[in-house]
Design a binder for this molecule. Structure first.
Ligand code: PXP
Length: 241
């Protein structure tokens, strides 16, 4: 079965809109867990616009499922990851002006630094994933620095229209095949929805998807438990087809 990480950043976005206590991210995480999510994903951004340090600490304490921390590979956040020790980290590029993570990490250009970051995480038993665009050279660089997984950035696929959709899907399939050949675990995420998930879920050997915005957006209308379950139903159907 392809596993689902639910990104709950936007529960914190809503809370931070009033700088109050609700909606509580721990409650949200627990509802996702009860609905069957395999993992909770949060992005501790340097600007702390949604998830706060305390949220990550509390999630680590109370979750029964895995905690996946998305983060920039910068000393301040690395120190926090080393202190909290999530199950996994997903290294992402971070640009302070962006609305959400816009592109994949340039692993190739920062090979030496990222190798050190990966080694440091591995010393503490933390798995490392690289959030990369579906480009062969970035996948190869991820394997070279010792990453456990790559998470293919599905944003370009999600934003594509018409014939471009198939072209973007092909890029994901080709990149996925290279990742698997190099022994990397294959994950995918960004912009995935109940409507566009299925073709991505059919990428051979895909192990995990991380989905945030669409689940939280649909939760406003159908409830969080139902929003998680409808994604799980798609993954279940694809996994058993
Ligand atoms: N995976 C990664 C690495 C991300 O940075 C994000 C966005 O925080 C997601 C998955 C989830 O993307 P979305 O909210 O569009 O589902």
């Amino acid at each position: 079965m392809i596993e689902l990480g639910v990104n709950i950043d936007h529960v914190a976005t809503l809370r931070e809109a009033r700088k109050g206590k609700v909606p509580d991210v721990i409650t949200a995480a627990k509802v996702c867990e009860i609905a069957g999510a395999h993992q909770i994903t949060v992005h501790l951004r340097q600007d702390r616009r949604h998830i706060q340090d305390k949220d990550v600490e509390r999630l680590k304490e109370v979750l029964l499922v895995r905690l996946n921390l998305e983060m920039a590979a910068v000393p301040e956040i690395i120190e926090i990851a080393h202190r909290i020790v999530p199950y996994a980290v997903c290294l992402v590029p971070e640009n302070r002006q962006e609305i959400t993570t816009e592109g994949g990490l340039n692993v190739k250009e920062q090979r030496d630094w990222l190798k050190k970051v990966v080694d440091g995480m591995h010393e503490l038993g933390i798995k490392v994933s690289m959030f990369v665009d579906p480009e062969i050279e970035q996948i190869e660089a991820s394997a070279e620095v010792g990453a456990d997984s790559v998470e293919l950035h599905t944003g370009a696929y999600a934003n594509a229209e018409g014939k471009q959709i198939d072209r973007e899907l092909k890029r994901l399939y080709d990149a996925g095949a290279v990742a698997v050949k190099l022994g990397l675990n294959l994950h995918a995420g960004h912009g995935l929805t109940v409507r566009n998930l299925e073709p991505v879920a059919k990428i051979p050997h895909l192990k995990e998807v991380n989905i945030g915005h669409d689940i939280i957006a649909r939760a406003v209308f159908i409830g969080l438990e139902s929003a998680v379950k409808e994604i799980l139903a798609i993954l279940d159907r694809v996994s058993h087809s």
